[in-house]
Design a protein around this ligand. Structure first.
Ligand SMILES: Nc1nc2c(ncn2[C@@H]2O[C@H](COP(=O)(O)OP(=O)(O)OP(=O)(O)O)[C@@H](O)[C@H]2O)c(=O)[nH]1
Length: 514
């Protein structure tokens, strides 16, 4: 998770709201001291931290703030204050379908601009935008080659020159050509410099004038913390920066400072980079970001990923089977394949409340790659099964298990584990089917939940591990999830549950290392 250390510290401070017998001034001061200390360590500006402290403290004086309500109000005040710290006060440019949107990228050398352009192009191409790139960086030798390499890998058309030294001319010609070819997203890479200097800004302005971009994206390296404030302000005064993309947020302690400092300049953060690969790129939304930071998941982000991964395509049949309590190995195969399509497993898990804590176990022996490797091995094993085995027509006897292990290059213990896990999922689906909870999909479930949350939680507790329900935020969390899921048709709770390892509850004792 990005800003994992900051998130853990804030979560631990907020945990005291639950554990303290009463929340008085003394307890609140301890909590605030920890939260403010964590923010300062993340290089958040002192003034912003003081504002947060004042906003949260004000809750204590409110008349209705007593008992459990006070705990809730303080939690919400912290969450809201963090959101307002990161929320821009201006809306970013919204791309328009069916016309050419020219987006010019600016930033200092080494900020990750060229890499970010590739990620940005990949992101929009995946969403169906006709995308291309223009390399107007003639300052850094090798910049064109880097962009060309990325563009080729992503199968995205590009424009640039080894001989033309004038970036303004390249930008003008490239954009004109792609406009004529009706590209919907034309990305222009411009030169960076080691530091802000007059030459850089003069060149940026010239390119800006000839290209007349719809949006100027400022790419900024988060590792310098709140010092980005001055950088962002300087770039904004040279060209009208509309959006900011923050890079290298993976594992860097000063990221919180960088993000809040950018937001303080009123520029809208639109994406953030979390690694060197094309997929290490996330759309930014302050509410979702803070929710993940506080370990509360991000149902909206999850719903988006599920849609992107096509997890809900052809699921009508699957839901019908689940309603009857049927969940074969083949169904599990389909679910795992969909999960793989959703992108890095750890990022998906982060969006489910309570799941990030389980990652340690899940991904043991290899972090993110470990999780993906494990899913891949599950798929290899199932690839080595016959149709009858996958459909549950014949049981997987020990000799058949041995054949599957040999065929897939996996250990017999892994096959055994896979089958055990399938049994657990099957159990949940069967109990769900019997309970009638899945009748009418989760729209009906959400309605019932709203009418009588306690009774519903009790019923759900019979089919799922109650600890898991708690981790998912209890009745409130479930309601939130179902609201998000309802927007996605055909919506189904069981399908998703089957898709996520661990959702069966109870953990997986005897899990071999993958
Ligand atoms: N860890 C991590 N590394 C990143 C991220 N984004 C970019 N990088 C790395 O940062 C380095 C610099 O990135 P480039 O894209 O080459 O830099 P640039 O800003 O385009 O440089 P100029 O074209 O000279 O302006 C490369 O090694 C990238 O792989 C990120 O989000 N996380």
């Amino acid at each position: 998770m990005v800003l994992a250390e900051l998130g853990t510290k804030i979560q631990s401070a907020l945990g005291k709201l639950r554990s303290a017998a009463t929340v008085d001034d003394e307890v609140l001061n301890i909590i605030l001291k920890e939260i403010c200390g964590a923010l300062l360590e993340s290089d958040v500006n002192v003034r912003l931290v003081q504002q947060l402290r004042a906003k949260v403290k004000a809750v204590m004086d409110l008349e209705e703030s007593v008992g459990a309500k006070r705990r809730q109000m303080i939690h919400k005040a912290v969450q809201d204050a963090l959101v307002s710290m990161l929320e821009p006060h201006s809306a970013p440019y919204k791309m328009k379908k069916g016309q050419s949107n020219v987006v010019m990228f600016v930033g200092l050398q080494g900020s990750g601009k060229t890499t970010t352009i590739a990620k940005y192009a990949h992101y929009y191409k995946k969403k169906g935008w006709k995308t291309c790139m223009v390399c107007a960086d003639t300052f850094r030798a090798g910049a064109f080659d880097q962009l060309k390499q990325n563009a080729t890998k992503l199968s995205i058309p590009f424009y640039g020159s080894y001989t033309e030294a004038d970036p303004v001319r390249i930008a003008q010609e490239g954009v004109a050509q792609f406009r004529a070819e009706r590209y919907e997203l034309i990305i222009v890479d411009t030169s960076g410099r080691h530091k802000q200097e007059a030459d850089l800004f003069a060149e940026m302005q010239e390119v800006y004038d000839v290209v007349a971009p719809d949006d100027v994206v400022f790419v900024m390296d988060s590792t310098i913390g709140q010092a980005v404030h001055d950088q962002a302000t300087a770039f904004k005064s040279a060209v009208p920066v509309g959006s900011v993309i923050i890079t290298k947020l993976d594992g860097h302690a000063k990221g919180g400072g960088a993000m809040s400092a950018v937001a303080a300049t009123d520029a809208a953060i639109t994406f953030y980079g979390t690694g060197e690969h094309f997929n290490d790129f996330e759309a930014f939304k302050a509410t979702s970001f803070v929710s993940r930071l506080l370990g509360q998941g991000d149902w909206e982000g999850l719903a988006e990923k599920i849609k992107e991964g096509g997890m809900l395509e052809n699921q009508g049949e699957m839901v019908k089977k689940f309603q009857k309590g049927i969940f074969t190995l083949r169904d599990m195969y389909t679910q795992f394949q969909s999960v793989m399509k959703m992108g890095p497993l750890s990022k998906v898990m982060e969006m489910i409340p309570g799941m990030s804590g389980m990652l340690g176990d899940m991904l043991k022996g290899g972090g993110e790659e470990g999780g993906t490797r494990m899913l891949k091995r599950f798929l290899y094993m199932m690839d080595s099964m016959t149709a009858a085995e996958l459909d549950g027509v014949v049981p997987l006897t020990p000799s058949r298990q041995l054949r599957v292990a040999k065929g897939s290059g996996c250990k017999p213990a892994e096959v055994e584990f896979l089958l055990k896990m399938h049994k657990q999922f099957e159990g949940v689906i069967q109990r769900m089917g019997k309970s009638g909870l899945m009748k009418g999909g989760d729209a009906a479930l959400a309605k019932q939940m709203e009418r009588n949350p306690n009774a519903m939680m009790q019923q759900l507790g019979k089919v799922m591990d109650p600890r898991m329900l708690n981790q998912m935020g209890g009745a409130q969390g479930m309601m939130k999830m179902m609201k998000q899921m309802q927007g996605m048709d055909p919506s189904q709770l069981g399908g998703l549950m089957g898709g996520f390892p661990g959702m069966g509850g109870g953990g997986f004792p005897g899990m071999p290392s993958f």
